[in-house]
Design a protein around this ligand. Structure first.
Ligand code: GLN
Length: 484
């Protein structure tokens, strides 16, 4: 087996040109999945159907039919995104064994483009967490160091892509869950603009923040995946009618004359590892070399993003998770004497500690006596933050900052200290509160050091520029070494 598995772009080209069969590609990916079993990254496998689908693609190709932009590309899907053929548990006991009756739009689009879903990936329960330790099915291990977290909440997707089992995976990003694990695992994580990708079939956590994103080993694969999953969907009232561009075709254009604002005062905040500051400095250098103008900019409200995010996200979560009552979905407590007891026992026994904490925090922030002081205030602060961002985006085309303040931390290090855990999202929640697209690219690998990521944030719906600039960084060495 090749140590450096091919990228999605390479696989699709090879399958389209009949240089190899989709069945061969999927067989290899399944063997790689076996080899990655120790990571605990996978919750459900799809071997038989994946092989069947691959053979179907090969037959279609033999008949001369076009297969699509992702012909034969094996993909993995975070287990909070609905799949008809496989369970969707959100890594929660409450949804153990639950099988949705439909595919999420993003999954259906991937399959229509020729991709083959081979697995559903482990994550923090309902996407709530930054280390994957909140999964009811055990934590995911970092592919380079089993004592560490791969990040979260899309840790299973990130670990599988970094390990090479699949070239691309879907995750969801409410406050950084695609970008932070991408940074920890040394791969590319893209969170598109809010509304860019349909959320139909994504189990809702924070509805005003959630977005489906991609984890890949190259920027080209991120561009390829986005072009497939993006676009308006009448089934998602928040999906946008913005044209989808040929992102991949623009990657070589470079960034001459592009203006970048480095959020430098934010980055000087306490708790940022020297390795991370160094990565941002070298990104500034690489971008200047490529003809971009980089200036320091400040966003005064940036320091308030964690409280704003954790008020809004928990409030929305408490409302969204009310549907898991033991009546309509998943597990149901037996032997109960009343409906009230059914709710209590199902929810009490089904949800893990972090999910319960968030439901309680969110319910409190929304309750009559505290609504104005907490939820309404957080909404006003969010609106102010958005206007600060709008002002900044009149001066610059992109923002630059770290993805996370540190590299992958040890499993167990923060799990008993929710605040310390929440602080690892300090740089990522900004783009969810503002709705902007953002990408994490891996800083050049340093011997003996764990991966760190740098983050670019663009104007809403300007994924083309975001990806082009990420490609400039990639060409300057900000790349996953095994992407080929
Ligand atoms: N880590 C953040 C949280 O726990 C973000 C989660 C996410 O993006 N799904 O809420």
């Amino acid at each position: 087996m090749n140590a450096a598995p091919p990228t999605a772009a390479r696989i699709a080209t090879a399958v389209t040109r009949s240089e190899c069969s989709a069945e061969q590609v999927v067989n290899e990916a399944l063997a790689r999945l076996d080899a990655s079993a120790g990571l605990n990254a996978v919750l459900h496998r799809n071997d038989a159907r994946a092989l069947e689908r691959a053979r179907g693609l090969d037959e279609r190709r033999a008949r001369g039919e076009p297969l699509g932009a992702l012909a034969g590309v094996p993909v993995a899907i975070k287990d909070n995104i609905c799949t008809r053929e496989l369970p969707t548990t959100c890594a929660s006991k409450l949804l153990a064994g639950y099988r949705p009756p439909y595919d999420a739009t993003a999954v259906a689009k991937l399959e229509r483009a020729g991709a083959v879903v081979i697995a559903k990936t482990n994550c923090d329960e309902f996407g709530m967490g930054s280390s994957n330790e909140n999964s009811a099915f055990g934590p995911v291990l970092h592919p380079l160091d089993p004592e560490r977290t791969p990040g979260g909440s899309s840790g299973g997707s990130a670990a599988l892509v970094a390990h090479g089992a699949v070239p691309a995976a879907l995750g969801s990003d409410t406050g950084g869950s695609v970008r932070q694990p991408a940074a920890f695992c040394g791969i590319v994580g893209l969170k598109p603009t809010y509304g860019r990708v349909s959320r139909w079939g994504l189990v809702a956590f924070g509805s005003s923040l959630d977005q489906i994103g991609t984890l890949t080993r190259s920027v080209e694969d991120a561009a390829l995946m986005l072009a497939v999953i993006a676009g308006f969907d009448a089934r998602d009232a928040t999906s946008a009618e913005e044209p989808v561009e040929d992102y991949r075709g623009q990657l070589a254009q470079g960034t001459h004359g592009v203006r970048i604002g480095s959020l430098s005062d934010f980055v000087e905040a306490d708790g940022v590892e020297p390795e991370v500051s160094l990565a941002v400095e070298s990104a500034v250098h690489a971008l200047r070399e490529a003809g971009t103008a980089v200036q320091d900019v400040s966003l005064p409200l940036a320091r308030e993003t964690i409280p704003i995010y954790y008020l809004i996200a928990t409030a929305e979560a408490s409302s969204n998770l009310a549907r898991f009552d033991g009546v309509r979905f998943g597990a149901r407590a037996g032997g109960v004497a009343s409906l009230q007891e059914l709710y209590e026992r199902t929810r009490g026994g089904g949800f893990g500690a972090e999910v319960k904490r968030r439901i309680m925090l969110g319910t409190y922030a929304l309750s009559a006596g505290y609504y104005d002081a907490y939820f309404a205030r957080a909404q006003r602060a969010r609106a102010l933050l958005q206007s600060e961002l709008d002002v900044l985006f009149e001066k610059v085309d992109l923002l630059l900052c770290p993805t996370a303040p540190q590299s992958a931390f040890l499993l167990g290090e923060r799990i008993d200290d929710p605040l310390a855990m929440y602080l690892s999202d300090v740089f990522t929640v900004l783009a969810n509160l503002g709705g902007q697209p953002a990408i994490s690219v891996p800083a050049p690998a340093r011997p003996g050091a764990l991966p760190v990521g740098v983050q670019l944030i663009a104007r809403r719906f300007d994924e083309a520029l975001l990806l082009r600039t990420a490609a400039v960084l990639e060409r300057a060495g900000f790349r996953n070494e095994s992407a080929s």
